[in-house]
Design a protein around this ligand. Structure first.
Ligand code: DAK
Length: 261
């Protein structure tokens, strides 16, 4: 494991793991931390040995939001936009990575921290996880995607409730709302997230990337267009070696060996 400044980087076989590590500020997502995180994740995305990425925090906190200290004196609307535009784009760039990204959330995932988890492809959580968009409590609104991604994940009623009150959702509520896919005890969260990531890594990489794009697209286009895109992606996979290998291996009753080709 290499220790970057605020992001710990680990490669574990086909898994690329980025761990937020700014404990004194509860992993507040400063501009430098987000810059490092994006560099790490884009590096994993370009690394042929990596098939799945994990983003984690500590047991106490995933991330308590953007760094309030950095934002508090940004000035007026124009100055704030000038200072933060590149910062904001980082959440969107994470959402656009080709390979699957799993967020493993324990403890607080607030504001930009919740939005970081939402920018990943899906979230697994520990029983101690708490999700929230408390921006209205400090005079702003979510700025890194929650009014859109949270609403699409949990629906308008709950998204409004969270964004307008700033209250937090616990892991059980998040599971019931469809914000997270699985919940584990905090001490086994990372191991379980790795197991899940290894399951994904054992499947056909190009098919996984196509499935990711297609599922993500479902939230952004009408059903007919989404179905057309899905079908096109389905047929396109017949041009891959892994489709031949996967189907032949099934018929030959052996385990497939996928190459990502
Ligand atoms: N920023 C900076 N420092 C933070 C922080 C944050 N978000 N959250 C916690 N800290 C720091 C605290 O100041 C404290 O530092 P010291 O006083 O020890 O130096 C240390 O972490 C421990 O925090 P607490 O003493 O408060 O710990 P507690 O256990 O009592 O409380 C808490 C934990 C998570 C409930 C509390 O720290 C808290 O409420 N934190 C703030 C949560 C919050 O409001 N988050 C939303 C921030 S706004 C955008 C991109 C992103 C965003 C917007 C736009 N674009 C680029 C346009 C995102 C905005 C946000 O996330």
């Amino acid at each position: 494991m290499n220790a970057d400044w605020e992001v710990l980087v680990e490669k574990d076989g086909p898994l690329g793991i980025a761990t937020l590590s700014r404990p004194k500020a509860l992993n507040a997502l400063s501009m430098s931390l987000m810059k490092s995180l994006l560099e790490v994740l884009e590096g994993f995305d370009a690394d042929p040995a990596i098939r799945v990425m994990l983003v984690a925090g500590s047991e106490r906190v995933f991330a308590a939001g953007a760094d309030i200290g950095e934002m508090k004196d940004l000035g007026d609307e124009t100055a704030a936009e000038a200072a933060m535009a590149e910062h904001l784009a980082r959440w969107d760039r994470i959402a656009r990575l080709r390979k699957p990204v799993v967020a493993a959330v324990s403890g607080f995932a607030l504001g930009g921290g919740c939005e970081l988890a939402l920018a990943c492809d899906f979230i697994v959580a520990s029983e101690t996880a708490q999700f929230g968009q408390p921006e209205v409590l400090i005079g702003v609104i979510p700025g890194a995607g929650a009014t859109q991604r949270l609403t699409k994940a949990v629906g308008q009623a709950l998204a409004m409730d969270l964004c307008l009150t700033g209250r937090r959702l616990n892991a059980r509520e998040a599971l019931a709302a469809g914000l997270v896919s699985r919940v584990f005890a905090p001490e086994i969260l990372l191991e379980e997230a790795k197991k899940l990531a290894r399951l994904i890594a054992a499947t056909a990489p190009l098919a996984v990337q196509a499935a990711k794009r297609s599922v993500r697209g479902a939230l952004d286009c009408d059903t007919e267009a989404g179905l057309r895109a899905e079908r096109k992606a389905f047929y396109r996979l017949f041009g891959t070696t892994d489709q031949k290998e996967g189907m032949r291996a099934f018929v030959e009753k052996r385990a497939p060996v996928f190459k990502g080709e």
